[in-house]
Write a protein that binds this ligand. Structure first.
Ligand SMILES: Nc1ncnc2c1ncn2[C@@H]1O[C@H](COP(=O)(O)OP(=O)(O)OP(=O)(O)O)[C@@H](O)[C@H]1O
Ligand SMILES: [Mg+2]
Length: 307
């Protein structure tokens, strides 16, 4: 098997007359944590389902784990762990019983030992005999992760695994994912959270079923060509309102006490800063945020696609 765990070209899917995934070329290397980003309805879940053979592509070809995505979907599924967007388990079974059930499905040898080792690994040992339905959101999500890595898959497909989970649980979940990647697991993970995107080794951003931009977080920021200035002091909300109206200011957003403005034309931004002439605002050029870069590139892509 080559170094590419996912290697597909021209992947396409339509539902009725609607094209949902449109000629997608995607490669993911072994051990990579690839972040799959895009607005609601951009085709992330559909792509993930085609990759693991749950949905048949209308177009395209390629391999997942060295096997043909169209012909060998059954074989691919065996080596993939898929955490669905609305993950589920048996609420009236305990944590242990849920995992034991999964282990039986995969006909794992030394089931009890494997389940207990997984509970230890994922920090669920103290909750072994608790009913799954009684777990908090963060622990439920850990149980779902445990259930999809129990059969030691080579590829993890995680579809918005941390939606609605608190910040500490999200941090711990991502620590676990990175820990598993060290052991050679490859991960494709969809998310709407930019802090999570920044923890991926690479980001792929989808819009209307097409890849708009991909690369490391730094590469995406650099490729956007965006320039950002930050101001502190004064009244950032009032300044933001004025700045949004000015030429060359693509975005003006307030983060706490700081005001960020972004655009691709540095001198236009500087002119806008001079024009609002607020002596209380202290300006500094800062590195654009990933979020700014993606919003910018999306706007450019939408303009290009407009009739
Ligand atoms: N089985 C289906 N039949 C018809 N339309 C579908 C089906 N599955 C998905 N779609 C449509 O395809 C589009 C892409 O859906 P998909 O679930 O792949 O998006 P997504 O990027 O995962 O979105 P989200 O961030 O909301 O999860 C949506 O407009 C959705 O309504
Ligand atoms: Mg989805």
């Amino acid at each position: 098997m080559s170094d590419l765990v996912i290697d597909v070209r021209g992947l396409g899917k339509r539902f009725g007359s609607r094209v949902v995934v449109d000629g997608l070329d995607l490669t993911v290397r072994r051990g990579e944590i690839c972040g799959f980003l895009g607005a609601n309805g951009s085709g992330k879940t559909t792509t993930i389902r085609m990759l693991c053979g749950l949905l048949r592509a209308d177009q395209g070809s390629g391999t997942c784990l060295g096997r043909d995505v169209i012909r060998d979907s059954g074989l691919i599924r065996r080596d993939v762990g898929y955490m669905t967007q609305k993950f589920s388990f048996y609420e009236d079974l305990t944590v242990f019983e849920n995992l034991d059930f999964v282990a039986r499905i995969y006909e794992m040898p030394n089931r009890i030992k494997a389940v207990d080792a997984m509970l230890e690994r994922i920090g669920l040992r103290d909750r072994r005999d608790q009913l799954a339905g009684e777990l908090s959101g963060g622990w439920k999500q850990r149980l779902a992760l445990a259930a999809c890595v129990l059969h030691t898959p080579k590829l993890l497909l995680l579809d918005e695994p941390t939606a609605g989970v608190d910040v500490k649980a999200r941090r711990e979940f991502w620590d676990l994912i990175h820990d598993m990647a060290v052991d050679g697991l490859t991960v494709l993970v969809s998310t709407h959270y930019m802090d999570e995107a920044e923890r991926c080794s690479r980001i792929v951003y989808l819009a209307q079923g097409r890849i708009v931009v991909q690369g490391t977080s730094d590469e995406v920021v650099d490729a956007s060509g965006l320039v950002t200035f930050e101001a502190t002091g004064g009244d950032p909300d009032r300044a933001a309102r004025r700045l949004r109206q000015m030429a060359g200011v693509e975005a003006a957003a307030v983060f706490g006490h700081a005001l960020h403005i972004a655009g691709t034309d540095r001198s236009a931004l500087q002119a806008a800063i001079i024009q609002i002439a607020d002596p209380e605002l202290v300006w500094l050029e800062v590195r654009p945020r990933l979020e700014d870069a993606i919003i910018h590139m999306l706007a450019v892509a939408e303009l290009a696609a407009a009739p």
